[in-house]
Design a protein around this ligand. Structure first.
Ligand code: NAG
Length: 131
C-alpha cells in the first residue's frame, strides 16, 4: 500500500472509532407507582451530575447518555440506587439496541427486554416490606 492509501485507511478507522464511541443511548423512566406517588430521580453519568427530576404519576422522563447511568430514586419513604444503563450490559438487550424503557412500580423496577418483548423485574426496592 502506498502512503496515501495507508493514511486514508487510518483516517477512516479513526472516524469509525470516534463515531461509534459517541453513540447515544436513551434511558426512559416511567412512573407506574401506586397512589399517584411522585418519583424523585437523581442521576449521574460518568462523573457528571444530571440533576434531579420529579416524575409525576403516569409520566416519564428520558435521559440521553453515552455512558453508565446510575440513579438515586425515591417515593414516599422508599429509596434505592440503581444501575439504569450500562452499555456493556444493555446495548443489546434494550429496545432498538439503544433505548432502555424502565417502568417503576410498587415492587421495583421493570425493564423492557427486546428479546423477550416484555417487561421484566430487574431491581426490587431495597428494604421494602410488603403487607
Ligand atoms: C406530585 O407532584 C405534583 C407536582 O409537583 C404535586 O402537585 C402533587 O401534589 C404531588 N403528588 C403527591 C401525591 O405528592
Amino acid at each position: 500500500m502506498n502512503t496515501l492509501a495507508t493514511f486514508s485507511l487510518f483516517l477512516l478507522l479513526t472516524l469509525y472509532l470516534v463515531g461509534s464511541s459517541t453513540a447515544d443511548y436513551k434511558a426512559n423512566i416511567f412512573n407506574n407507582l401506586p397512589g399517584n406517588a411522585n418519583l424523585t430521580v437523581h442521576c449521574k453519568s460518568a462523573g457528571s451530575d444530571l440533576g434531579t427530576q420529579t416524575i409525576t404519576y403516569l409520566h416519564d422522563f428520558t435521559w440521553t447518555i453515552n455512558n453508565i447511568l446510575k440513579c438515586d430514586m425515591s417515593w414516599g419513604n422508599v429509596k434505592g440506587n440503581f444501575d439504569i444503563f450500562d452499555p456493556k450490559r444493555d446495548a443489546s438487550r434494550c429496545a432498538y439496541g439503544n433505548t432502555c424503557f424502565w417502568r417503576v412500580k410498587e415492587d421495583g423496577l421493570y425493564l423492557f427486554i427486546q428479546e423477550h418483548k416484555r417487561l421484566e423485574l430487574q431491581f426490587k426496592w431495597p428494604g421494602k416490606i410488603f403487607a
